[in-house]
Design a protein around this ligand. Structure first.
Ligand code: BG6
Length: 488
């Protein structure tokens, strides 16, 4: 976010033959390197296990990825891949491979005139993360003549203890300012804009508290099921996969106090304060669900338990709804409802800020007036159809007197055209050394502290039909405070 000058560097991806590299990293890097701020600044070194891959084959694979993504024409090998992409096989536990890796890095830096600036991106499954970090550190690859940064993908631990262990491991070799823990929701323009919306406009901030706000609802719904990721998801579930990170980040940005400065530590200090104010979650405030069969876009889809590699008696939750109580001066008594699920009716990420109703209805004296005065609602849509909507009450013209709910609407696409991919934003920030959109060690641990009791003692999931909005028990969760899930 800081727009600093980017120095020439080597971008080293561990897990370079994996899914993340192909779906997200390579398309983002290519776009930035060919027509963006990384032009002439970046060279990629892919690292993965297995000798069957080499420079030539890896470049062909990268070329195919970029053709499939519609970024390159399918006309033979690309000069860009030849020039900018290299490959080095490394077995995650083998010290000798890391000595060779070091030699290869130095050789590429020499050839491309790179002054020792290195970004290591760990697109690795959790079980190989630890040996990789250790071998990198032992080989002296945690420092260089320029800067060295390490980017760590989620999941960052499975609970508080494992997150603490991961932090301790990283801190053995790296300073906190070298570590970039990714949560891709923070890279979404609309997520970043929560802070701008709140702190660049005076209109809402005086209302942003328990006196005026009744509840906050954060929903991240997906139409997709588990797809081919059961190997990971069976052991993760929606709480670890989505709530502990993405939805909690949206919550902290919505709830935090104005930072003393717009910089990484000032912002993250405020986010941690919100997390520290979250009260222990009562078991009555958590609902787990798991998708059964149903219809998505007119097509019948199977239940979770019949998905590939899922245990037929799996208890893994694909849906979570819960209520957080932020016990601080600003938010005491305002429920923050978080809800996410796979195979829901549609893909939709929204933060709904629901204001109190007026204390009395003045219009009851009009003949036949039986309308309910609805509360004002601000809806921040993170995706798709990114934007804001503010709902308010108006008198509909004529007699008898009627009140209707209408809204002001702002859509990013109308105002600014297509938004950049989150990964482009986050990769640039890594290369500029800006940690504002990355999760600090204490932040990830405080967040795990909130959810670990649930992880250790999970409720039974209720089955829900695919293509709906989750189990009805989740509706009861909000009904306790006289509310309902607000959908727009
Ligand atoms: C990932 C989760 O972090 O986020 C996935 O592991 C989920 O299960 C994805 O599908 C959702 O991201 P987005 O950007 O598509 O909302």
């Amino acid at each position: 976010m800081n727009g600093k000058e980017i120095e020439r560097h080597l971008f080293i991806v561990f897990g370079a033959t994996g899914d993340l590299m192909h779906r997200k990293l390579l398309p983002a890097l290519y776009t930035l390197m060919t027509s963006g701020p990384l032009e002439g600044k970046s060279v990629i070194l892919g690292v993965a296990r297995g000798d069957e891959m080499n420079d030539e084959k890896f470049r062909a694979m990268a070329h195919k990825t970029l053709v499939d993504a519609g970024l390159l024409d399918d006309t033979g090998a690309s000069a860009w891949c030849e020039k900018c992409i290299h490959y080095q096989p490394v077995d995650h536990g083998d010290a000798q491979d890391y000595t060779e890796l070091k030699g290869r890095i130095e050789q590429i830096e020499h050839e491309h005139d790179i002054p020792g600036n290195r970004a290591f991106y760990m697109a690795l499954p959790p079980q190989v993360f630890q040996p990789t970090v250790e071998r990198l550190g032992e080989a002296g690859l945690n420092k260089s003549a320029g800067w060295t940064r390490i980017v760590v993908e989620k999941p960052f631990g499975r609970d508080l203890k494992s997150a603490q262990e991961l932090n301790a491991l990283l801190h053995r070799f790296y300073k906190e300012k070298q570590i970039f823990r990714i949560d891709h929701y923070l890279g979404k323009e609309t997520t970043q804009n929560i802070l701008f919306f709140r702190f660049a406009n005076l209109l809402f901030e005086p209302l942003w508290n328990r006196d005026r706000i009744k509840s906050v609802q954060i929903t991240v719904g997906e139409e997709l099921g588990v797809e081919s990721r059961a190997g990971y998801y069976e052991h993760a579930g929606a709480l670890r996969d989505m709530i502990q990170n993405h939805l909690t980040q949206l919550m902290t940005l919505t709830a935090m106090e104005p930072p003393v400065a717009f910089d990484a530590d000032a912002i993250r200090d405020e986010k941690v304060k919100v997390l520290r104010a979250v009260a222990p979650i009562s078991p009555d405030d958590v609902v787990f669900g798991q998708y059964a069969a149903g219809q998505i876009d007119g097509e019948t889809v199977p239940p979770y338990r019949k998905e590939h590699d899922v245990a037929p008696d799996s208890k893994t939750e694909t849906f979570v709804a819960l209520c957080l109580h932020v016990n601080n001066w600003r938010w005491q008594g305002v429920p923050f409802y978080l809800r996410t699920g796979k195979r829901l009716k549609r893909r939709m990420s929204q933060i709904v800020v629901d204001f109190h109703r007026p204390p009395i209805t003045l219009f009851d004296s009009f003949e036949d007036f039986d309308d309910t005065i609805n509360s004002n609602t601000l809806v921040m849509t993170i995706q798709p159809d990114e934007g804001f909507d503010l709902y308010f009450e108006v008198k509909s013209p004529g007699q008898p007197v009627k009140v209707k709910t209408k809204h002001f609407s702002f859509r990013y696409e109308h105002a600014f055209g297509k938004l950049a991919e989150a990964y482009q934003t986050l990769l640039l920030d890594v290369l500029q050394g800006d940690q504002t959109l990355f999760v600090r060690a204490d932040e990830v641990e405080t967040s795990w502290g909130i959810y670990t009791p649930i992880v250790e003692n999970p409720p039974e999931p209720f089955l829900y039909s695919s293509g709906g909005w989750g189990p009805k028990e989740a509706d009861r969760l909000v009904e306790v405070t006289g509310e309902e899930w607000i959908m727009t």
